[in-house]
Structures are given as structure tokens and as C-alpha cells.
Ligand binder design. Structure first.
Ligand code: CP
Length: 338
């Protein structure tokens, strides 16, 4: 540990006690966010949302900053909303896909990151099919902030933050809510980050799906400090009707065919019959229950079309709020914390 790091580590409790938190350099997952920091991001996004409703959606907050979106996997919502967020804040945003870049000539992720850093970029927003890819960049790049826009089946923290924001906006609170996450939890980075986010904010998370698609290993009791372990409170239920009893939030997940080698489901017909979220099933939830989906949806598989586009769906609102949350995060990582 360098002398500077040692001094910072020693001084950190006093700095936090004085209400002056050290500026965050990276957003990799929500496991290292405190409840207070999540609240700060949500409150900051409220201000950003106001900018989104102006006639001229432009503020100079990030003028002179450069953001690169580095996407090794397909995306519509995350990529466009980061680009829009950066541009509204007056950052220069450069989009790069693996396809058409020197990745096709065999350049490694690390060398790609070092190359981008050498160009004086401030923030890299990365999506990658391999879990841990953003951590590799965060470990080796010392002059760039890294935002994880989804890594393999591991984490999607900005999606979880926009989900928290949407629920708080619609229901006015997060604490004490029953949040049911249904479907292919095993392959879902969205579910993993949402488990951290909702449990840290005091909600009760219930995971539901076929036992072959539930991450039972992750949820096995870890023993020594269950009281302070948010994951210890997560419940697992394979029966969707039982899971939905009294739910305040129902989040359907996409069945991720691209990450499955087969053998996870008895048949698609059986999956739809037992785990599709439908209007009839939703009658077991609270009357004001929100219907969510991170997108993209397989309508007619994990969620019925009528429910996806019905009065209780906040799916489009999630997309709108994604811009405000990503504005808040870009701001926090650059101008905001200084
Ligand atoms: N929810 C989400 O990450 O969507 P995209 O893959 O379209 O970015």
C-alpha cells in the first residue's frame, strides 16, 4: 500500500463522519454502495430528471469531459441512454463497438483500455460478455473512471439504480416493500445487482423461477455475520402464485437463451404455464403492484403482452429514468464529486 493510500484509508472514517465522502472513481456493482450513497444517486437523478423535461435539454456540467462507451455486447437501452446522458451534460461521447475495432485484430481488453486511457478519456462505460471485465480495467487503469454497463451474468448496477429510482418514484419508498424477481435469475446480472440494491434499501426480495434457473449457491447461508449480510434475507420460491402473494413489485426477467446451453427447462410450454407473469396471476399481488422488466422482453414467454403494455406496467418509465440515473452517475464520477 502506498503512503498516500495508507493515509487515505486511515483518514476515511473521519472523512465520512464529517459527511465528506471520498469521491467514487468506479461503478462496478452495488455491493460497495452504502444505503446513503444509493440515496444520494437517486436524489441527484431527481434533479437530472428535471433537466430532461426542459425545452432545451442541455447543461454544461461535463463540458470538457470525454466519455467512451465500449460495448462488446448488443444493447439498445443502456448504450443510447449513456450517450444521451453524456450529451445532455455536454460531455463529448464517443461510442465504440468491438465489431469494427482493433479487437477484431486480436487486441486484448486491457490493451484496448490502456489505449483509450492514453487518449485522455475521463470515463469508460463498458459492457462485456465476460463477468469481471470492468474490474480488470478498474484495476489497471489509473486515470479513467469505469462504469459497468453489464458484465456477463455478474452485475448491471446502473440498471438496478434505475429500477430503485422507478419504484421509489412510483411508490414513494423502498423500505419494507416485497419485491418479486421472476424468471431466469441464474443468468441475470440485472437480478444480482437488484438483489444488492433492494436489500440494502430495506426491501424484502423473493426470487422465483424453476429451481434450475435460481442461483441457489449464491444464496446459501454464508454463516458468520447473517445479521449484517443483506443477501441472508433473500427468499426463494419456485411456485409463482405463492411468491406473488402481497407483492408490491413484480420484476419479470428475460429468458436468456444466448447464455444457456440447454437442459435448464422441461419445455417452453411448461415454462410459460408455470412462470409467465400474467394479469390473472397478478391478482395475488397488492392492487397497486408495479410490473417491471429490464428489457428486452420476450413477450408471451416471461411476461404477457397485455401486462407488459397495461396500466400497471412501468417498463417504459424504467427506460426514461435510465437517462436520469446515468446522468447522475456520470456527474458523480466526474464534476460532481470535486
Ligand atoms: N436492460 C438492458 O440492459 O437493456 P439493453 O441490453 O438494451 O441495454
Amino acid at each position: 500500500m502506498s503512503l498516500l493510500n495508507a493515509i487515505e484509508t486511515e483518514a476515511q472514517p473521519q472523512i465520512e463522519a464529517a459527511g465528506v465522502r471520498k469521491r467514487r472513481r468506479h461503478v462496478l456493482d452495488l455491493d460497495d454502495f452504502s444505503q446513503q450513497e444509493i440515496l444520494e444517486v437517486l436524489e441527484s437523478a431527481e434533479g437530472m430528471s428535471e433537466v430532461l423535461h426542459r425545452d432545451i435539454k442541455k447543461v454544461p456540467a461535463l463540458r470538457g469531459r470525454v466519455v467512451v462507451t465500449l460495448f462488446y455486447e448488443a444493447s439498445t437501452r443502456t448504450r443510447i441512454s449513456f450517450e444521451e446522458a453524456g450529451k445532455i451534460l455536454s460531455a463529448d461521447v464517443i461510442n465504440m463497438s468491438a465489431s469494427g475495432s482493433s479487437t477484431e485484430k486480436g487486441e486484448s481488453l486491457l490493451n484496448t483500455g490502456l489505449t483509450i486511457q492514453a487518449m485522455g478519456v475521463d470515463i469508460i462505460v463498458i459492457r462485456h460478455p465476460h463477468s469481471g471485465a470492468p474490474y480488470l480495467l478498474a484495476q489497471h487503469l489509473d486515470r479513467v473512471g469505469i462504469i459497468n454497463a453489464g458484465d456477463g451474468i455478474h452485475a448491471h448496477p446502473t440498471q438496478a439504480l434505475l429500477d430503485l429510482y422507478t419504484v421509489r418514484e412510483k411508490l414513494g419508498r423502498l423500505e419494507g416493500l416485497k419485491v418479486v424477481i421472476v424468471g431466469d435469475v441464474l443468468h441475470s446480472r440485472v437480478a444480482r445487482s437488484n438483489i444488492w440494491g433492494f436489500t440494502k434499501m430495506g426491501a424484502q426480495v423473493v426470487l422465483c423461477g424453476p429451481s434450475t434457473l435460481l442461483p441457489l449457491d449464491m444464496l446459501r447461508p454464508r454463516g458468520d455475520d447473517d445479521e449484517n449480510d443483506p443477501l441472508a434475507s433473500v427468499q426463494v420460491e419456485t411456485n409463482l402464485d405463492r411468491a406473488l402473494e402481497g407483492a408490491d413489485v413484480v420484476m419479470a426477467l428475460r429468458l436468456q437463451a444466448e447464455r444457456q446451453n440447454g437442459g435448464f427447462l422441461p419445455s417452453m410450454r411448461e415454462y410459460i404455464r408455470r412462470w409467465q407473469v400474467t394479469e390473472a396471476r397478478l391478482s395475488r399481488a397488492n392492487p397497486e403492484a408495479l410490473v417491471m422488466h429490464p428489457g428486452p422482453m420476450n413477450e408471451g414467454i416471461e411476461i404477457s403482452s397485455t401486462l407488459a403494455h397495461g396500466g400497471r406496467s412501468v417498463i417504459e418509465r424504467q427506460v426514461t429514468n435510465g437517462v436520469a440515473i446515468r446522468m447522475a452517475l456520470l456527474y458523480h464520477l466526474s464534476a460532481g464529486g470535486e
